[in-house]
Design a protein around this ligand. Structure first.
Ligand code: HEM
Ligand code: HEM
Length: 217
């Protein structure tokens, strides 16, 4: 079997199944945790609105810390917006989604995507350097942080190599690109990259608990 057939077929299929089943498994594991009894009288109700409020308010750093965290926040936002644009607004990717779910939408010109790709890759490197040199961040970073960085960057780097070619066959480069996506999909639900969906539950819970205690959010 050609490498591309293997990547497009069993490898990508395994990644997609691992992603869906892993996500459901982690969410069930958390949602089915028995809630600890809380005997204190609630100051407020702590409902879904309190959850939504903190999910959105924590997307902006509190004014007191804004100056000190500006560099990391800007890098973080550029990384995520860049990833979103590359994955969902590149025409070959949109055609992939059309084949997968039957829906399509307009994309951006290829040159714009390559530009965003290079910026996103650069920002990824800056985040890694920061992690390795920041006195606190380097102490609290473990294998999961570095491996998650590698599997996030791999599809961007292998994607950016496709138009350059380096004399390698298009099919081989595309196969490597797809294999890197299969690895990302397989890892995403199990390590820290699961923050992509868990972030809403952790912030939501914080919002509900704080409002119940009558704290200002
Ligand atoms: C700037 C970075 C990137 C470039 C230039 C790029 C480029 C490409 C190209 C040229 C194809 C081939 C389409 C075809 O011939 O069928 C492709 C396929 C694909 N890429 Fe990317 N890519 C990039 C980043 C990413 C990222 C970050 C992801 C996901 C995390 C991703 C996911 C995919 C998927 C799912 C396919 C479809 C594979 C298939 O045809 O079966 N790509 N990409
Ligand atoms: C809606 C989805 C997502 C949300 C809300 C989200 C949110 C966040 C937040 C709040 C951080 C911490 C930023 C900081 O410390 O300054 C972060 C870091 C990170 N995210 Fe996401 N994320 C999402 C999806 C993703 C996805 C899909 C990927 C990869 C495929 C990803 C890769 C990363 C990486 C690698 C970091 C670490 C950056 C660093 O070294 O500081 N995220 N994300």
């Amino acid at each position: 079997m050609e490498l591309l057939d293997f990547a497009r077929g069993p490898a990508l299929q395994f990644g997609l199944y691992a992603f869906v089943i892993g996500t459901v498994w982690r969410l069930l594991g958390i949602l089915l945790l028995a809630a600890k009894p809380d005997h204190s009288a609630p100051r407020k109700r702590g409902g879904i609105l309190a959850a939504l409020k903190v999910i959105s308010s924590r997307s902006v750093t509190a004014r007191e810390f804004r100056q000190d965290t500006l560099y990391a926040s800007v890098l973080g936002y550029v990384l995520h917006i860049g990833l979103f644009v590359i994955v969902f607004l590149f025409v070959p990717h949109i055609l992939f989604f059309k084949g997968l779910i039957g829906l399509e939408w307009p994309g951006l010109p290829n040159n714009v995507i390559y530009f965003v790709g290079v910026i996103t890759a650069g920002v990824g490197v800056a985040l890694l350097l920061r992690r390795m040199t920041h006195p606190v961040l380097k102490l609290i970073s473990n294998f999961d942080d570095y491996f998650s960085w590698v599997v996030t960057m791999a599809p961007i780097i292998t994607g950016l190599i496709i138009p350059i070619r380096f004399g390698i066959r298009y099919e081989t480069l595309l196969a490597i690109h797809i294999l890197s996506i299969a690895v990302l999909l397989t890892w995403l639900p199990f390590g820290k990259l699961a923050h992509a969906f868990l972030v809403f539950f952790s912030r939501g819970t914080t919002g509900m608990v704080l409002e119940r205690r009558g704290a200002k959010t």
